[in-house]
Design a protein around this ligand. Structure first.
Ligand code: IMP
Ligand code: MG
Length: 175
């Protein structure tokens, strides 16, 4: 099997948009600390760039959620594989996601986090595929809405490969 990649969003387009998001978030959350919760592993690149584009004092935490395995589609089953090490009670929290697809992962996660009584709870997603939504998730901030294509790079993987690509690319597979 061979794979063909075409660039959907260049690293320059991504950086420009991340800087805009950082400015918007800094304006909307003037008071820190803002808790940025990165969802492993896909958000690690976006989170690193976004955190540096935000001027409000931030704290960075991670959670691990699994729902996909090696497949390109959600298994529909979600579980927490790594929980937070800190309390978020009374804190402003932004969940940082690489991409929203069916919305199954974030619906589950928001339920879990809401029970911990944060002062506010929002989502920032670098990419959004609204056409594929099965659960109504409303991110507060989105980098780019993209069509229904499987994408990799800028933290996103296919079977753990391609996370280190600077651009977001569409992965076309041929037999
Ligand atoms: P959801 O639960 O279907 O919204 O899935 C969200 C998760 O699926 C993301 O955090 C990604 O890890 C993964 N995912 C969804 N679409 C893609 C894609 O196009 N490329 C790589 N990973 C994806
Ligand atoms: Mg993910």
């Amino acid at each position: 099997m061979s794979a063909e990649l075409t660039v959907l969003l260049s690293s320059k387009q991504i950086q420009d948009r991340v800087d805009e998001l950082g400015r918007e978030i800094s304006r909307d959350y003037p008071e820190g600390p803002l808790y940025l919760i990165g969802i492993l592993k896909g958000s690690f690149v976006f989170l690193a760039d976004l955190a540096r584009a935000i001027t409000t004092p931030c704290r960075v935490e991670f959670m691990g959620i699994s729902s996909y395995g090696r497949d390109k589609k959600s298994s529909g089953e979600v579980k927490v594989t790594k929980d937070l090490d800190v309390s978020i009670e009374g804190r402003h929290v932004l969940v940082v996601e690489d991409i929203i697809d069916s919305g199954i992962t974030l619906t589950y996660l928001l339920n879990v986090l809401e029970q911990r009584k944060p002062k506010s709870l929002g989502i920032v997603a670098m990419l959004d595929k609204p056409e594929r939504r099965q659960r109504p998730v409303q991110p507060r901030y989105v980098g780019y809405q993209i069509p229904d294509e499987f994408v990799i790079g800028y933290g996103l993987d296919y079977a753990e490969d391609y996370r280190n690509l600077k651009d977001v690319c569409v992965l076309h597979e041929s037999a």
